[in-house]
Design a binder for this molecule. Sequence first.
Ligand code: LLP
Length: 419
Amino acid sequence: MDHFSYRQGIYHAEGVAIPALAEAIGTPFYCYSSATLTHHYRVFHDALASLNPRICFAVKANSNLGVLATLNRLGAGADVVSEGEARRALAAGIPAEKIVFSGVGKTKDEMRFALEQGIFQFNVESDRELRALSEVATHMGVKAPVALRVNPDVDAATHAKISTGKKENKFGIAMDHAADVYALAAMLPGIRVVGISVHIGSQLTSLAPFRTAYRKLRELVLQLRDAGHPITRIDLGGGLGVPYLQRDAAPPAPAEYAAIVRETMGDLGATLMFEPGRLIAGNAGILVTRVLYVKQAAEHLYVIVDAGMNDLMRPALYDARHEILPVREGGASPTTLTVAGPVCESSDVFAKDISLPLPAEGELLALRTAGAYGASMANSYNSRLLIPEVMVNGSDYALTRPRPTYDAMLAAEQLPWWM
Ligand code: LLP
């Protein structure tokens, strides 16, 4: 469920007409709906409410301060993977005691920063990282609260590039090494063991891999407790998928996911933590782009738009498909066309041979489900400026990230001193 819809033939974000936004801020831009963010957060939270969940939004999905501040007001914490993300979460008002620091390659500087802030938990991914964290914490005269991230060797049945829980992936500690690493953690002076964590992948459209992973995790928790380790927190990661195309089957509902969590973790008496990203933000954002040219090439009818793969990398990187809609309904009858961006790469194609009314040059298109891993993965390839992000709330809107200027782009660099 989202709050993007046609009203009298014009696509709206809540009460705001998309053409009016395009007029005010230019194209392309990301547009987020506060009501949709709020709705998704509540649905997820309410499904798990009886388990008293701690929900830490995965900031990598959408790190816009407006988005983070909206989620903060709803009570969300944050799951961060860099000092930059931690600083964003803090700047949005999320207190350090609601922030989890994940990631396979934290630097000592980042560890120090997080410890200074009084972060809730580090999810640690190797014995080497554990030793480094202990060193930093000891030096500061504190103990770092740690959950070890384990790798359950479960196939998440999702795109290979976003699968993280198989033993060949770089993530986590193999389950059969976990006992040794927990023993090490118990000995290290700068470490305070508080729990365990797991995250098997993203955009999961089946619940079976969660069940398999959580059952394995449960067994491990019982063994670790028997060995005397205080596993009082269990962080179950993120990963629930969202529908990208209208024809996609509905992915598992949070309530069904919650049933699996209850079944596998409900009686362990631990604090349960979650790190959803896409489920909260995915459908809360669209990418609005303008048609520049229509071009008939040998094999495809190309609609060249002003957004490119640098603005939304998902199609080029994961062969992802986002639903594309005309902002004004009721154009020509549908024809087969290919929507491509201006970037000088053949992979800069948003959708190949889809059926859409042929838009006229200057018309607006909306790429749906772009609220997660859209703006947060954008870059300035081809020296294109990062695009603005705007947030809608009822009939109001606010520019939460203005379009930068070319002057700022050039001012960020300097020539070598000898020139
Ligand atoms: N926790 C950890 C440790 C993660 O690595 C991730 C995502 C999440 C939570 C949130 O997962 P979610 O609930 O959003 O599935 N750029 C890719 C997705 C990469 C996901 C990376 N990790 C995409 O656009 O599909």
